[in-house]
Design a binder for this molecule. Structure first.
Ligand code: CTP
Ligand code: MG
Length: 391
């Protein structure tokens, strides 16, 4: 592998003030470091990922990296960091194999940085290696505030902001040149581009991304959490319903399950056609809308439903929801029993049910391992869930 990202995560997070190393603080339920490295396994080309962690948390860090990397775990390494960021970066650079030509250095604290920013910096370094210039690259954003030079509280002058940018990470470099730069560098440089330039090398900027901001203070953490929550926000007014139905086998009836005919299979007894799957879906839809149940709504002995096909009830439930300004979002139904085997006709059943529900219906099947009435082959059960929302 000829490219790597070193993620520095060994800081203590003093300014965040939570008492846990910053990279191990949850951001909307997922640890900051997990969020930071997730995009690295989705980049345009395979990339070695080296995480620099606090020495006391090396084992926790290894577990976390393995869990996020999944099959790509072989392309990861975890090493202990140093007293300051400068030392931590050097610890990461030190373990990179010689085959690595391009390295990006990234702050775990910029945990919402999108994959596109890594790809952009990698592309920029590759381009400059190709044209022989060997520059380093930083993602940068224009400075939007008016910036003043001050002496204590005395404002001395306005600085021309058109000549300023705010830089982020990842910052990318040809590895050999960055190693040489670090070998002769001053601890006072606060970023890798500073170290690189101090060694007489060229640094250029590429477009940054507002989401790549650094979490430093509790306010930043709150900002990151609200960004994450707004991204994953489900409509708050969805409702969920549950439906269960059971019918006994009746060899004298035709077999209809999930709106499909199963010729040659024993049918199901009942006032209607005994389609337990359709009935469970109907009940799930009604219950999601708070509209009661199939028996109370359609009448278990009403002559107009004698022998009725399952779609009549499902259609009826959807119509009742529509009258209440509600529409189905999705439905799942599980068929529980020995027969009929639905595996080969699962897609067909999903299509038939979806067409009537007007939303995706997912069908699955299971047996009960020979236990209970379904295991003994006395009948068929179905359990359904429905999600609905205001129309
Ligand atoms: N970092 C590091 N090793 C250190 C210090 C910092 O790897 N000895 C890393 C941090 O984990 C972070 C990045 O460098 O991802 C930027 O540092 P900063 O935001 O300052 O984080 P902390 O040093 O943890 O925070 P603070 O300065 O508030 O203690
Ligand atoms: Mg710090």
């Amino acid at each position: 592998m000829d490219r790597a990202v070193v993620v520095v995560a060994a800081g203590s997070g003093t300014r965040l003030g939570i008492g846990t190393a910053k990279a191990f603080v949850p951001v909307a339920g997922t640890l900051m470091l997990a969020r930071a490295i997730e995009p690295l396994f989705t980049l345009a080309a395979p990339t070695l990922v080296v995480v620099v962690a606090p020495a006391a948390l090396l084992d926790d860090c290894r577990r976390l990296v393995a869990a996020v990397a999944g099959a790509a775990e072989a392309y990861t390494a975890v090493v202990a960091g140093g007293a300051d960021r400068h030392d931590s970066v050097q610890a990461g650079l030190a373990v990179l194999p010689d085959a690595v030509e391009t390295v990006l250095v990234h702050d775990a604290a910029r945990c919402l940085t999108p994959a596109s920013q890594f790809d952009r910096v990698f592309d920029a370094v590759a381009g400059s290696v190709h044209d022989g210039s060997g520059a380093g690259f930083v993602p940068a954003l224009p400075v939007v505030d008016t910036v003043k030079r001050v002496d204590g509280d005395l404002v001395v002058e306005t600085v021309d902001r058109s000549a300023l940018v705010a830089v982020q990470t990842p910052q990318g470099f040809p590895l050999g040149a960055l190693r040489q730069a670090y070998a002769v560098s001053e601890q006072s440089e606060t970023d890798d581009a500073g170290v690189f330039r101090a060694a007489g090398r060229t640094v250029r900027s590429v477009q940054g991304d507002a989401d790549a901001f650094k979490i430093t203070t509790p306010w930043d953490l709150g900002r990151a959490e609200s960004i994450v929550r707004s991204r994953s926000a489900a409509p708050t007014d969805t409702r969920v319903g549950l439906g269960v139905d059971v019918h006994a086998f009746d060899a004298a009836s035709p077999c209809r399950v999930g709106l499909l005919d199963f010729p040659g299979e024993p049918g199901l007894s009942g006032h209607s056609d005994g389609d337990a799957v359709a009935h469970a879906v109907c009940d799930a839809l009604l219950s999601a809308g708070g509209l009661g149940d199939i028996g109370g709504t359609f009448g278990t002995s009403d002559p107009q439903y004698a022998g009725a096909a399952g779609d009549v009830f499902v259609r009826g439930a959807v119509a009742m929801l529509a009258s209440a300004d509600l529409i189905p979002v999705s439905v799942t139904v599980q068929v529980i029993g020995n027969r009929p085997r639905i595996g080969a006709r699962r897609t067909e059943m999903q299509d038939a049910l979806s067409a009537v529900v007007g939303a995706p219906v997912a069908v699955s099947g299971t047996t009960t391992d020979g236990l209970g009435f379904t295991g003994r082959g006395e009948g068929l059960a179905a359990i359904a869930t429905a999600v609905i929302r205001p129309a």
